[in-house]
Write a protein that binds this ligand. Structure first.
Ligand SMILES: Nc1ncnc2c1ncn2[C@@H]1O[C@H](COP(=O)(O)OP(=O)(O)OP(=O)(O)O)[C@@H](O)[C@H]1O
Ligand SMILES: [Mg+2]
Length: 288
């Protein structure tokens, strides 16, 4: 079987082989990846309040959303409307005040405990005493997955950090730390990938390259993805559906299906069709 050609041959081979019948060395190293099909998410009338009495703040009000296995959903909305709170609840870091969250029919704690959750949040939260490569290897180890040096090197290469592979987080720029965090989340081959403005600190060129890589990895590997972004173009480029949220208390204003042909190329971002979709998102987002 042939592997797809990208900058990262061994990884591409692994991802590609996931859909094939024959076993490869890489599959034996990541057996759990073959058993996953992407998670199903159900948010049922989620309300989230912080604080009590006079300090009470309603962050989210009756948010309902269903995400299908292997779907890519982008959340977009004004600052403070509760996007990160939704991701934190999906990651089992917060609990709803009211309503129900089910991932594959169970509360979010179940997928987290099975180590089938990959997260890259606004703050990269790397282990400061470990190098770039060691941070990636460590998260695999915690998840009970073994990875050889070559595989780790592939992930380091994928996010363009080979020259910095031995650097500690304090020696990296904010954008570089974000890239380690993304590699760490993807290396787990999660059933559910949660990304909170993962590319916010990156220059436009790196951001677009990583958007492209993310699309490739997501399309070749069975995972459901929920991305929070402030970039309309990024949401439209990556997502099957864009969920538009209102000002706090956050509610879902509108859900837009993005029917642009896949795989999407960076050149597509310059087409009139792409601009039309972005304009529509922008119109809906800013209308009162
Ligand atoms: N732990 C917390 N305690 C108290 N209030 C909180 C907490 N976490 C979030 N909030 C409040 O909930 C609201 C939603 O916050 P959240 O971080 O989800 O917004 P966001 O949509 O991700 O914003 P941004 O786009 O700026 O990242 C905000 O008003 C915030 O102050
Ligand atoms: Mg946020």
């Amino acid at each position: 079987m042939q592997s797809v050609t990208t900058g990262s041959s061994r990884l591409s081979g692994f991802v590609h082989f996931c859909h094939g019948a024959s076993f490869t060395k890489d599959e034996r190293e990541f057996p759990s990846a073959m058993q996953t099909e992407g998670a199903t998410i159900i948010l049922r009338e989620i309300t989230k309040t912080f604080g009590k009495a006079r300090t009470e703040l309603v962050a989210l009000k009756k948010v309902s959303l269903e995400v299908a296995p292997r779907e890519f959903v982008a959340l977009i909305g004004p600052s403070g409307c509760g996007k990160s709170t939704i991701l934190r609840m999906l990651a089992d870091l917060e609990v709803p005040s009211d309503g129900q969250i089910l991932i594959d029919g169970s509360p979010p704690s179940a997928i987290r405990q099975r180590h089938q959750l990959g997260v890259a949040f606004q703050q990269p939260a790397l282990l400061p005493w470990l190098s770039v490569a060691e941070n990636i290897a460590f998260s695999l180890k915690i998840a009970g997955k073994t990875a050889d040096q070559d595989t780790i090197e592939d992930w380091v290469e994928l996010v363009g950090l080979q020259p910095f592979r031995r650097f500690r987080p304090s020696q990296l720029s904010g954008g570089m730390q974000q890239r380690v965090s993304i590699a760490r989340a993807l290396a787990l081959h999660p059933r559910l990938l949660l990304l909170d403005e993962p590319f916010g600190a990156l220059d436009e060129m790196t951001r677009q390259q990583l958007n492209l890589e993310l699309q490739r990895i997501w399309s070749e590997h069975p995972m459901t993805a929920v991305l929070v972004t402030h970039s309309i173009a990024e949401a439209v480029f990556l997502a099957d559906r864009v969920v538009l949220m209102s000002q706090r208390p956050g509610t879902i204003k509108e859900i837009l299906q993005i029917d642009l042909r896949r795989p999407r190329q960076l050149a597509d971002m310059r087409t009139p069709e792409f601009h039309r979709v972005c304009d529509r998102v922008s119109e809906l987002l800013f209308e009162r």
